[in-house]
Design a protein around this ligand. Structure first.
Ligand code: TMP
Length: 236
């Protein structure tokens, strides 16, 4: 399978067409941004690590019955995925207060939540991905009730599966963001990535951050954190 024309370039990945109209190739970059692109940088080796970790997690999800866009890892940075229409929602699950939740509600970072929460943001860079009330999703026809039910069920199931796998490697899953796609026949599948760019991972004992917050907050040790996650999850 070979790359044809570039279809899209995002902040962390490029997407290419292939000879098969139902498949495309995602190519992971080392570029990193935060605060809706305001902060820019490079995290050396990040593209390859996020490719490996995402593909591993996607395959775990498939095994557990959650359909995903994953097809085949081509090389260290490139992966074949199903061509889908991305549902314009950022789906965020939280287990422990952190980030915008802590800021918005005044709950100290690291406070365990009484139960996992789900929230949706409108995937729209020009607007800075604003938080959505459920009714707004239907009002703007971003997803149907049935689609949102499927997305919600899948997202909570991903949380349980990921949490269980990570804790076995001494990593606590604080929160994460998922995106879903729709296949031409209308099926909802898990898409985008599951990586230290899109999740908060803390060492379960020391609470050391092993994710992109090290970049967002200028904490140093960014590359080491990504490498540590690759090592813990895949032993590489
Ligand atoms: P938040 O606390 O800043 O709302 O972030 C919640 C989770 O979503 C966190 O694991 C990081 C992830 N995230 C993204 O993947 N992309 C984004 O653009 C943002 C703001 C957060």
């Amino acid at each position: 399978m070979e790359k044809r024309e570039q279809l899209y370039e995002g902040k962390a990945k490029k997407v290419f067409a292939t000879d098969d109209p139902n498949l495309c190739i995602v190519s992971y970059k080392d570029d990193a941004t935060a605060f809706n692109g305001l902060k820019k940088g490079t995290i050396l080796g990040k593209g390859a690590i996020n490719n490996r970790l995402t593909n591993h997690f996607m395959q775990q999800m498939e095994k557990a019955g959650i359909p995903t866009h994953f097809v085949e890892e081509l090389s260290d940075r490139d992966t074949v995925v199903k061509r889908v229409t991305i549902v314009p929602l950022e789906v965020i699950i939280r287990n422990v207060a952190a980030g915008s939740f802590s800021k918005r509600y005044g709950v100290e970072e690291g406070t365990p939540l009484h139960e996992p929460s789900i929230e949706f943001s409108y995937k729209n860079d020009d607007l800075g991905d604003p938080l959505l009330a459920e009714g707004h999703i239907y009002a703007m026809a971003l997803a149907t009730r049935e689609e949102l039910k499927t997305i919600t069920d899948y997202a909570f199931k991903v949380n349980e599966l990921l949490k269980a796998e990570l804790i076995a490697d001494g990593v606590e899953l604080i929160d994460f963001k998922l995106e879903f796609g729709k296949t031409p026949d209308g099926k909802i599948v898990l898409a985008d990535e599951i990586s230290p760019d899109t999740c908060r991972f803390w060492d379960a004992k020391t609470h050391e951050k092993l994710d992109k917050d090290r970049f967002r907050r200028d904490m140093g040790g960014v590359e080491d954190a990504y490498r540590e996650m690759l090592h813990r999850i895949l032993g590489e």
